[in-house]
Design a binder for this molecule. Sequence first.
Ligand code: FAD
Length: 462
Amino acid sequence: MSTVNGGISFWYAQEGASAPREPLPGDTAADVCIVGGGYTGLWTAYYLKKAVPFLNITVLEAKFCGYGASGRNGGWLYNGIAGRDRYAKLHGHEAAVRLQQAMNATVAEVVDVCEREKIDADVHRGGVLEVALSPAQLTRLKDFHTVEIAFGETDRVLYGARETAGRVRVTGAVGSSWTPHGARLHPVKLVKGLAAAVEALGVTIHESTPVTEIRPKHAVTPYGTVRAPYVLRCTEGFTASLAGQRRTWLPMNSSMIATEPLTDAQWESIGWEGRETLGDMAHAYMYAQRTADGRIALGGRGVPYRFGSKTDNDGRTQARTVEALREILVRFFPQLAGVRIDHAWSGVLGVPRDWCATVTLDRSTGLGWAGGYVGSGVATANLAARTLRDLIQQDSGQSGPTDLTTLPWVDHKVRKWEPEPLRWLGVQTMYAAFRGADRREALGHSARTDRVAVLANRLSGR
Ligand SMILES: Cc1cc2nc3c(=O)[nH]c(=O)nc-3n(C[C@H](O)[C@H](O)[C@H](O)COP(=O)(O)OP(=O)(O)OC[C@H]3O[C@@H](n4cnc5c(N)ncnc54)[C@H](O)[C@@H]3O)c2cc1C
C-alpha cells in the first residue's frame, strides 16, 4: 500500500467528516457571529452559549468544521503558549506566571469538558516529554527546564539518558524534560465532538460559507450577510485570505506522517508506555504521539511558507518533506527503517510578526479575534475562547473584569509582516539557517547553541 498524501489528514481518513451542514441561506441576524469552525470558533461558541443560553450564535465556516489546523494537528494538548517570555518582558514576570498557570489549568479543562460532554477524543494524560539529542540540545533543554520552573512549573522533571530511555528509547537521547501538563488526543475526534456539542446547545453552524469581508457588525459571504453586534475572527492560518488581513498572521506550514500500526515487538523495543507526547530541542523541531491504534504520528516543519501567504491544497505535502519526516522517524527509532508510512499531510498555523498569541475584543467596533498561536493552539484555543466569552460579557455589562480578561496576552498589538518578497525571503532564510544549525549541532560536540541559529532567532523576532 502506498502513502496517502493529503486528503486533509490521516485523522480524517480514519474518522471521516461529519454530514455536511447547510450553507448560510441568506441575510440574517445574530447576537454573536463567529467566523471559522476550528477549535477557537467552536470553543468560543460553546462557552458563550453555556454562559448565556439565550444568545443567538452563528458560526460561519468556509469548508467544514475542523478543515484547518484543528483537524490536522499533532494532538499535543499541552500547556505551551506562544509569546509567554515576551509577555514577561512587557508586563512583568508575575503576569506571565499567571498566563502560564492559566495554560496549565487549560489542559485539565479540555480533558474535563471532554469527559462531561462525552467527547471520546482518545485523550491520554501522559504529559509531554522533550528530549535532547546532542550536547547543544542538552544545554538548551536544561535552560528551558530552568525557565519553565521559574514560571511556576514546579512539577517538571529533568531526566538523564538512562531515565529517558526508561520512558521512550529514542536513539541518541542524552536527556529529557517531562511535564505532567500535557495529553495526547485525536484532533478530529475532538473537533467533531465539539461541533456536535455546540449544535446540541442550540448554536447554528453554516458550513461551505466563506466570509469574504469582516467589518463592524457585519460578516459578508457570497450567500448573504450576518449582522451581529459582535463578530469574531477565528481563522488562524487562513486569516491572510480575508480583506485587509494579508499581512496580519503569516500562514506557516507544518507537515505530518502517520506510520502503519506497529507490532507488539516494535512497541516493546521502543517503550513509550506512558504515551507522552514526544518532542525534541532542534531549532526546526519535531513532535510526535503514539496514537490510540498503535501508530506513530510525527510532524515537523517541511516547506515552511508559500509565497504570497498561500495556504493549502487540502493537506498535500511535497515528497521531500515526507522523506525528511521519515528520516527523523528512523533517526529516532532505527528499528522502524522498513515501516510503512500510511499517510502524509500538512496544514497551516498562524504566526504573528512577534510570535505572540493574542486574544482581543475591540470595544469600539465589537470586532474580536484570537489566534497567532504558532504551533501550540490545541490548548491555547480553549483559553482564548473562555477569554472571549469573558470579554463579551464584560463589554455587554453582564460582568466585570475577570482573571482571564486581565491576562497579559489580552488586547496585545503587533505590527504587520513585511510585504513580499521580503516575507518569503525572510522565512526561507530563517529555516535554512535552522536546518543548517541543526545539522552542525548533530555532528559537533559543542554544548553551545549554533551561532547562526541564535542570529536567525534574533532577526526573525521568534
Ligand atoms: C500540522 C499541524 C500540527 C500541529 N500540531 C499541534 C499540536 O500538536 N499541538 C498544538 O497545540 N498545536 C498544534 N498545531 C496548531 C493547532 O492545530 C492550531 O493552533 C489550532 O488548531 C488553531 O485552531 P483555530 O480554530 O484557531 O484555527 P483552524 O483550526 O485553522 O480553524 C480555522 C477555520 O476557519 C475557517 N476559515 C478560514 N477562513 C475563513 C473564512 N474566510 N470564512 C469562514 N471560515 C474560514 C477554516 O476553514 C478553518 O476551519 C498544529 C498545526 C498544524 C497545521
